[in-house]
Design a protein around this ligand. Sequence first.
Ligand code: SF4
Length: 248
Amino acid sequence: MAETSIEWTDATWNPVAGCTILTAGCTNCYAMRMAARLEAMGTDKYAGTTRKSGGRAKWTGKIVLDDAALDVPTKWAKPRRVFVNSMSDLFHDDVPEAFIRKVWLTMAATPRHTYQILTKRPARMAEVVACLPVLPNVWLGTSVEDGRVLDRIEELRQAPAAVRFISFEPLIGTVADADLRDIHWAIVGGESGPQARGMDPAWVDEIEAICRRDGAAFFFKQWGGRNKKAAGRELRGRTYDEMPTASL
Ligand code: SF4
């Protein structure tokens, strides 16, 4: 199984590889670095998805549809929370609707698992899922890194789902004007890795207050930084691991 150390999920499933940088939240994309490493290790799936630029790996925009990965979750007997496409964005423009439909078929056939789909392209997500069944085991989310992309929350609200969630990670600016009505869950995390940008604790407090006001569960994932283990995941002396209640 594709075990993961991501705090809010149990496993990752990657039927698509490759992506394109979209906004400031993508700058230090972990998947981009990891794809370069996997290609260097000879993993065919990631061949040509990144190139070197200024000493760093950059997505080329090549999108790989991995049909062989489509049935992977059917082989997992135990129920899992599954993060879909940790190495790409399922709603990238170059992922055809026909392929997304196949992903939906796998999720419908495995109701024992809970699927968490996170995109930076919620407008396309809302458009595509309008033609797909609403599955009780599928959670839909979008990433919001700062106040410049708050529109994504409104776009996500248009997508019918058992759970709608926001990943405020990497949080690189205030989102004090966020409206989380009809959003079930908020994950907050600072950026980690060698180029990590800082997260002001006040921005975290703002999100927690918005969650309390609008009724969203609050999950504090990490402070991040160059040494994320050392920085830890306690906020005011405790952890916050709230999970959403599905509305279907
Ligand atoms: S959308 Fe996600 S996977 Fe794609 S570049 Fe941005 S952070 Fe990376």
